[in-house]
Design a protein around this ligand. Structure first.
Ligand code: NAP
Length: 258
């Protein structure tokens, strides 16, 4: 069931950009921002047909959507161009698009898998951030939120080494952004989800593995996409988290890694 979050207009007319918003965590966060009155520019995913929800067309606020493969340089360029054409400035930038691209054991690792995983999960974040910096600097108090992973801290489970390392890059890059962008009044933080029950794990984890993860989680369940929303709203709002930057918030049911 979709929860309704009431941020009491904290995001009213804020320019919010989010990637990978067609489903899963990105869709839940984009919907919450939209419901609170943000002007959302959503990169949905690679193709228009793959997203699982539509934005209401009859509300006072707007949603602009774009689709592109962020693993490619062209896709990043296309997305940045679209955002530049739609947004007078960017108040909140959420880098959420990402995935594991399969489980590959260490002894089967290839240069292609390394490139595919890092191009999507880390290179796209770097390039999109760089291309959107002028718009972020035009905001009074911009907030960047990166979506890292618990695997950045644990190294991940078998076959996820490149994905986990790419997310480790994201956690470190978040801290670098925080320091370097602070003079511009731009904050940068990350959320680090544990195991969240989205399409991601339908693709990459067995039912047995998910059950074992739930059993070993202190709160005894997997997370939901909606569980990730409050941390994003908190980090996005200068009113709520204006003195917080360079931090990584675990959304993981009590596991101590972030
Ligand atoms: P999801 O339901 O699979 O959604 C992933 C989103 O990323 C989709 O919109 C997808 O679009 C987009 N995406 C994937 N590959 C792309 C590409 N090459 N170009 C452009 N967009 C692409 O997964 P999720 O669980 O919501 O994951 C969201 C973020 O959380 C990811 O960064 C993931 O790594 C991170 N995360 C997830 C978990 C978890 O347990 N689920 C844990 C830690 C971190 P398409 O429709 O085109 O595939």
């Amino acid at each position: 069931m979709t929860k309704q979050y009431f941020a009491k207009g904290l995001f009213s007319n804020k320019q919010v950009v989010i990637t990978g918003a067609g489903r899963g965590i990105g869709a839940a966060v984009a919907r919450a921002m939209h419901n609170d009155g943000a002007v959302v520019t959503a990169h949905l995913g690679r193709e228009q047909s793959s997203h699982q929800w539509t934005f209401p067309a009859d509300s006072d606020t707007h949603v602009n959507t774009v689709c592109a493969d962020l693993a490619t340089l062209e896709g990043v360029e296309q997305t940045a161009d679209y955002i530049n054409s739609q947004c007078p400035h960017v108040d909140v930038l959420i880098h959420n698009a990402g995935t594991m691209l399969g489980r590959v054991p260490l002894d089967s690792m290839t240069a292609e898998h390394y490139a595919d995983v890092t191009n999507l999960n880390s290179r796209s974040v770097v390039l999109l951030t760089t291309k959107l910096l002028p718009l972020l600097k035009l905001s009074n108090a911009a907030s960047i939120i990166n979506v890292s992973s618990i695997s950045a801290a644990t190294g991940g489970s078998a076959g996820s080494s490149m994905y986990s390392a790419a997310k480790g890059f994201i956690s470190t890059y978040t801290r670098s952004l925080a320091t370097e962008l602070a003079p511009h009044g731009i904050r940068a933080n990350a959320i680090s989800p544990g195991t969240i029950d989205t399409d991601f794990h339908q693709r990459y984890s067995s039912a047995e593995k998910l059950a074992a993860t739930a059993a070993s989680t202190p709160l005894k369940r997997l997370g939901t996409a909606e569980d990730c929303v409050p941390a994003c709203l908190f980090l996005a709002s200068a009113e709520l988290s204006g003195f917080i930057t360079g931090q990584i918030i675990g959304v993981n049911g009590g596991t101590s890694y972030v």
